[in-house]
Design a protein around this ligand. Structure first.
Ligand code: ZN
Length: 97
């Protein structure tokens, strides 16, 4: 535990943070040092939420479209309203009669 006094200056800050998170992680905090999530830069975890925009496949034509631009009709995803209508009005089986 002598290391604690040695690095007390900056470790205290980290330790207080680690203690607030979970006491079990505190011991890991000083072994890992700057390799922990903090990185010494403080708050740099302000990622853009737009990164999570998965592509979805149009049921009608198979084109992949960003989810934010796709439309959902009856639980199916389409690239455009046209294909949604086409899919909805497609003949289910043979409508000949
Ligand atoms: Zn389509």
């Amino acid at each position: 535990m002598r290391n604690f006094f040695f690095l007390s200056q900056w470790l205290l800050k980290k330790l207080r943070r680690a203690n607030e998170r979970a006491q079990g992680d505190a011991s890991d905090a000083w072994t890992a040092g700057s390799a922990t999530a903090g990185g010494g830069n403080g708050a740099a975890t302000d990622g853009a939420p737009q990164l999570a925009d998965p592509l979805v496949r149009c049921v009608q034509c198979g084109v992949h479209t960003p989810r934010s631009e796709s439309i959902v009709v009856a639980g199916e995803r389409f690239c455009c309203a046209d294909h949604a209508r086409a899919h909805a009005s497609r003949p289910t089986g043979r409508d000949a009669r």
